[in-house]
Ligand binder design. Structure first.
Ligand code: NAP
Ligand code: MG
Length: 496
């Protein structure tokens, strides 16, 4: 029997896996990163830098520049110049070629990027390698294909770019969110000023290196690292034509207030509280995998996470037993180890927020279950957690926790399941598990959410539009619908 290094137990053999870590060296990090403005790395006007750290080892990974209002102004000027002078005049097929090149270099450097993502953000290497990076490349490939076919996307209408897009992204899928924002903006002829989250700037900065490597014309994409105030400066800048934001509902509401009365276009991708609904006729083992993937994937740092489970009463006991058994096999630990299922919580603040909800859930009267997996001594960790007997009014059933915490409720009838699933302020995603096709369609049509998965969960494709209802935001990213957010579409077309 192999040595008991990790606690990953193979059910068939009873063996434990040895650690299989990727080397942090593969990230090839520099000590310090500047702002990417007008095709060059430049020092921040204030001269200020902040540390980005690893949420697992707690080590400082690099110093990163902090952009202020003056840097935002420089970046917007560069983006405007590039928009008017180069990018909007370029033949669409040429724009497409740049996007194809970016996609190919991302593929070539995917191991370096995946290791960087896991180091900086805490997600398991298995996910950054097998999910994030392939999707990042796929988004650039997909939008490269659209660049010279926009008139076919909107037959009978004329289309034109908006101008300069200001884009603000969160820390849960740093490079993937950058790809979701940058690829459609460039394909449609816009230029970009983008700000990654404070805790996960490194893959965006590596993307800047890639943009230099493919000779993207200067100013077409400007990447500004910094804090929330940097994002606010982008939102307020008068020469930005569109804001695309992914993040919390709280900041989304602030941005909407700021932009009220201006002619800036806005799309918001915000929080979620999705329910996986499991009917008694579902394939239970398959459902367990979907539930586990839905909430424990990426430590539950997923806006469309299946953070609620609605299970039909007749199978509730059996399903919860299977779920607990499966959870006991999950390994929490070093994000760079290929055996790890659940990595580090992204920041101390986020861990505190999750721990706060663990107390709230118990105070509210739900029964807590956590796995016995040992946690590393250093770093931010939360074991996979269930709340049994949650009720609809509990905060753990209503509010976004953004951690590996699942609230479980039961239901008896189809209508009750639909009503409970829709009874939150959010509407981003949902899951329906049943053997009956008619029931799947009936329920899916009544779930008020942008995406509803059937007998699967958390599957993404660049051709499929993604976005929310209610407090989950508005606008779509991906697919033909996602292009609309970056275009003026009219009978006559042209620029604004
Ligand atoms: P957040 O605090 O809203 O931050 C998101 C981004 O906005 C970060 O880059 C942040 O910068 C910046 N920001 C903060 N305050 C700002 C302001 N006043 N004006 C402009 N920008 C500002 O959210 P988060 O905690 O990073 O991310 C978690 C949230 O994102 C969750 O609620 C999750 O549901 C949501 N999310 C939604 C989707 C979706 O597609 N619907 C996808 C992923 C995440 P700093 O990092 O420097 O603070
Ligand atoms: Mg970090």
């Amino acid at each position: 029997m192999a040595k008991k290094h990790s606690n990953k137990l193979d059910f068939d053999t009873g063996w434990h896996y040895d650690p299989a870590p990727e080397s942090p060296e593969l990230a090839k990090l520099k000590d310090s990163y500047d702002l990417f403005i007008d095709g060059k790395f430049v020092k921040p006007t204030s001269g200020k830098y902040f540390d980005t750290t690893s949420p697992s080892s707690q080590k400082i990974l690099a110093k990163v520049a902090e952009a202020d209002k003056r840097d935002v102004a420089k970046a917007v000027t560069a983006a405007r110049k590039a928009y008017e002078g180069t990018w909007s005049r370029l033949r669409p097929s040429e724009r497409g070629k740049y996007l194809f090149r970016i996609a190919r270099v991302i593929q070539e450097r995917s191991r370096e990027l995946a290791v960087t993502e896991s180091l900086d953000g805490g997600k398991p290497i298995r996910e950054s390698r097998d999910i994030d990076l392939p999707l990042v490349a796929a988004h650039f490939f997909y939008h490269a294909g659209w660049a010279d076919k926009l008139s076919y996307a909107f037959p009978g209408r004329k289309v034109g770019p908006l101008g300069v897009a200001g884009q603000i992204i969160p820390w849960n899928f740093p490079l993937l969110m950058a790809a979701w924002k940058i690829a459609p903006a460039l394909a449609t002829g816009n230029t970009v000023v983008i700000k990654p989250a404070e805790t996960t700037p490194l893959t965006s900065l590596k993307l800047a290196e890639i943009l230099q490597e493919v000779d993207l014309p200067p100013g077409v994409v400007n990447i500004l690292t910094g804090a929330g105030s940097t994002g606010e400066c982008i939102v307020r800048h008068p020469d930005v034509d569109k804001i695309a934001f992914t993040g919390s509902t709280e900041v989304g509401k602030l941005i909407r207030k700021t932009l009220a009365g201006t002619d800036k276009r806005l799309t918001l991708e915000l929080g979620g509280k999705a329910a996986n609904i499991v009917f008694e006729d579902a394939a239970l083992d398959q459902a367990v995998e979907g539930i586990v993937n839905g909430i424990f994937f990426n430590q539950g740092h997923v806006c469309c996470a299946g953070s609620r489970l609605l299970v039909q009463e007749s199978i509730s006991e059996k399903l919860v037993r299977k779920l607990k058994d499966r959870m006991e096999t999950l390994v929490v630990g070093d994000p760079l180890d290929k055996n790890t299922d659940i990595g580090a919580i992204n920041s101390k603040e986020q861990l505190k927020k999750i721990q706060g909800y663990l107390k709230v859930g118990q105070r509210e009267g739900a029964e807590i279950f956590q796995t016995s997996c040992p946690l590393p001594k250093r770093g931010n960790w939360c074991p996979p957690t269930l709340f049994l007997n949650a009720s609809q009014s509990h905060r753990i059933s209503q509010e976004e926790i953004f951690g590996p915490v699942l609230a479980i409720q039961t239901f008896r009838t189809v209508d009750e399941a639909i009503e409970k699933a829709n009874n939150t302020p959010f509407g981003l995603s949902g899951g329906v598990w049943t053997d009956k096709g008619a029931k799947a369609f009936h329920v899916s049509e009544r779930i008020k959410a942008g995406v509803v998965w059937n007998n699967t969960f958390n599957k993404f494709d660049p051709a499929s539009p993604f976005g929310g209802y209610k407090e989950s935001g508005f606008g779509r990213e991906g697919g033909r619908h996602g292009l609309e957010a970056y275009l003026n579409i009219s009978e006559t077309g042209g620029n604004r």
